[in-house]
Design a protein around this ligand. Structure first.
Ligand code: NAD
Length: 485
């Protein structure tokens, strides 16, 4: 093992070894080799981060809008300047194809900062005149103080900054923890913030596991809000710990999203996008359309074509431009995803293509899985009810719109749905009846950062994005002023 790579905490503007004196291995999923070590912080590290944030809050919450916005804009620009290095780190940490990190995800992290640098100036407070009573109400939107941001490994810097940028824009100081599986780009963000002139202590990054660093954040009394993205089971735990402390809480959790294809759709677009929505990032995007429902008249044709397109995908080392599918993030996750091949067989489903691990010559220790399409007989099976979070999709036909609505909603999740049809009336009927926070029609993963983002049911509580995020990270205070007529 090379001990060259040390991923440290970033507290009060400085990189620091963990006070816990504990370390974790940083593993490269493309070859299974240990590439460095990661600080595994505990409550002492979180306390140090909170002390720094507490001192910095007075300064940051009193910067002018123009200063704050200018620093956030610089952070976004510096992410772009460091695009290549950040993309290499992201790909090596997560196993995702380098091109995906460079072309989509790291640029989105830059956009997150630029977007909130500008959105904060549109964040108007409301006022209401109490007519006839000689009084006027106005609402101050004050920062909460110190807030905690906890993010997952699947879109590391993208989701980390999606929380941090609005929290900072609203005037808060932040304690942020990336996933222990993908700590590198979060670590690099500290230096970028220093170069952009962010005052020390405003953003503090603690590295480490959820049970140690994350739990300490949930429990710290000075952290006033938790913005969490991760699995539903973890979200439930977070909610239990945070509720008695009355911290503000936002939860963005798992999904089991329907991808619905009607016979009148633009067939080629639906097919090409379905390959993307099934297998992008090895199927490790909470928004992937993992349950594909196809209207009966085109079912057999779509099945044949989807399988053919899936077989054309190229599983390979993430650094190579020809690799469309990289490695799964970790050995435990790889094993969990592979175990669903056995579940499919036990449930009497048919594996149409894929169905097992993939071997990448020269990288036999890597965590590669073949993209897999499985035909299921019913929606009431584990394959269609549990979030697998890997390159496995299920396929089944439907006959009527009423049946489809039942199938789409017959799951405990409610994050997103995609509908492929040219019928506007049907689009509107389904959009109202499908219980998901995000619905795409004739597209997938198209994001406008001004729109509310989040899930219903077990997919989460609250919304991120645009003004919703700025509302979450501020406390509304109403002031009623009476005047003499
Ligand atoms: P996870 O729940 O295991 O971990 C998420 C984060 O929570 C990590 O940083 C982890 O260290 C931390 N954590 C774990 N235990 C904790 C605890 N006790 N206290 C505080 N923090 C703790 O999820 P994951 O495996 O990293 O990510 C995959 C999941 O995230 C999938 O379910 C996916 O659907 C979901 N996800 C949801 C969205 C969304 O926007 N809804 C986006 C991306 C991923």
């Amino acid at each position: 093992m090379s001990d060259q790579l040390q991923i440290l905490n970033f507290i009060n503007g400085q990189y620091a070894e963990p006070l816990s004196n504990e370390w974790l291995d940083n593993v490269n999923p493309a070859d299974g080799q240990i590439s460095g070590k990661i600080a595994n912080s505990n409550s002492a590290d979180v306390q140090a981060a909170c002390a720094a944030a507490s001192t910095a809050f007075d300064v940051w919450s009193n910067t002018t809008l123009e200063q704050r916005s200018s620093i956030l804009m610089k952070i976004g620009n510096l992410i772009e300047v460091n695009l290549e290095a950040l993309s290499v780190a992201e790909s090596e940490d997560s196993g995702k194809p380098f091109a995906r990190a460079r072309d989509l995800e790291i640029p989105r992290a830059a956009s997150n900062f630029r977007f909130f640098a500008s959105a904060i100036s549109q964040f108007a407070s409301e006022s209401h005149e109490s007519i006839g009573l000689n009084a006027i109400n106005f609402t101050l939107r004050q920062p909460l103080g110190i807030v905690g941001c906890i993010s997952p490994w699947n879109l590391p810097l993208y989701l980390f900054t999606w929380k941090i940028a609005p929290a900072l824009a609203a005037g808060n100081c932040v304690i942020a923890k990336p996933s222990e599986l993908t700590p590198r780009t979060a670590g690099m963000l500290g230096e970028i913030c220093n170069s952009a002139g962010l005052p020390v202590g405003v953003l503090n990054i603690v590295q480490g596991t959820g049970s140690s660093a994350g739990q300490a954040m949930l429990e710290h009394p000075e952290i006033k809000a938790i913005s969490f993205t991760g699995g539903t089971a973890t979200g439930e735990h977070v909610a239990r710990v945070v509720a008695p402390q009355f911290k503000k809480l936002s939860l963005e959790l798992g999904g089991k999203n329907p991808n619905i294809i009607f016979a009148d759709c633009n067939y080629q677009r639906a097919l090409a996008t379905t390959v993307q929505s099934s297998f992008a990032n090895q199927g490790q995007i909470c928004l992937c359309g993992s349950r594909i429902f196809v209207e009966a008249p085109i079912y057999e044709q779509f099945k044949t074509d989807l399988v053919a397109r899936t077989k054309e995908l190229n599983v390979g080392h993430p650094s190579l431009p020809e690799s469309t599918i990289g490695a799964m993030v970790s050995r435990p996750h790889y094993e969990k995803v592979l175990s669903y091949m056995g579940v499919a067989i036990d449930e009497g489903a048919s594996i149409l293509c894929g169905g097992g691990p993939a071997t990448v010559p020269g990288y036999e220790g890597g965590f590669y899985i073949q993209p897999t399409v499985i035909e299921v007989r019913t929606n009431q099976c584990r394959m269609n009810q549990e979030e697998i979070f890997g390159p496995i999709v299920t396929l089944m036909p439907f006959d009527t719109e009423a049946e489809l609505i039942e199938l789409a909603n017959d799951v405990r999740y409610g994050l997103s749905a995609t509908i492929w049809t040219r019928d506007l009336d049907r689009t509107m009927r389904l959009s109202k009846k499908i219980d998901c926070g995000v619905i795409w029609v004739n597209t997938w993963l198209m994001r406008d950062l001004r729109t509310p983002f989040g899930g219903m049911k077990n997919s989460g509580v609250g919304r991120e994005g645009g003004l919703e995020a700025l509302r979450f990270f501020t406390e509304p205070k109403n002031i009623c002023v009476a005047f003499e007529a």
